[in-house]
Design a protein around this ligand. Structure first.
Ligand code: ZN
Length: 135
């Protein structure tokens, strides 16, 4: 598998709106997209930093994995996402190397990406996402 760059860093927040003054006002980044991903029960906000994005993740319900994460560990870095050309191919390869997968096949993520998560037990404690841009 070939990783081309860090696609985004996911950060769990209680409220995107409350964090905008920091990302826009202090860091001077521009939020270019806010989008809700229903099946993941999250609202996402994106900022571009070079070719990497910062993705803020706000839970839209108590059953959201982001709500559970914040409850357990507080707000902060939630996952790192690597861009790769073929997520399903990468998953097969990782499985053959006995990496624990959360998703055995890619699924739809925010911004039209195909995504899949790897289990932190196999990645040194870092929840890891693979992303593929549609052609
Ligand atoms: Zn992500």
């Amino acid at each position: 598998m070939k990783i081309t760059h860090i696609e985004h860093i996911g950060i769990a927040v209680k409220s995107i709106e409350e964090q905008l003054p920091y990302y826009e006002g202090v860091l001077g980044l521009k939020c270019y997209n806010i989008e809700t991903v229903e099946d993941q029960k999250v609202k996402t906000a994106f900022f571009m930093v070079g070719q990497t994005k910062i993705e803020l993740l706000e839970p839209t319900g108590e059953e959201s994995t982001i709500a559970k994460f914040i409850e357990k560990r507080g707000e902060g870095i939630h996952h790192i996402a690597y861009a790769t050309e073929n997520v399903n191919g990468a998953l097969k390869e990782l499985e053959s190397k006995e990496v624990r997968l959360i998703d055995r096949e890619s699924r739809a993520g925010a911004e039209g990406l195909r995504i899949a998560f790897l289990h932190p037990k196999s990645t040194g404690g870092v929840l890891t996402e693979l992303c593929e841009h549609p052609e």
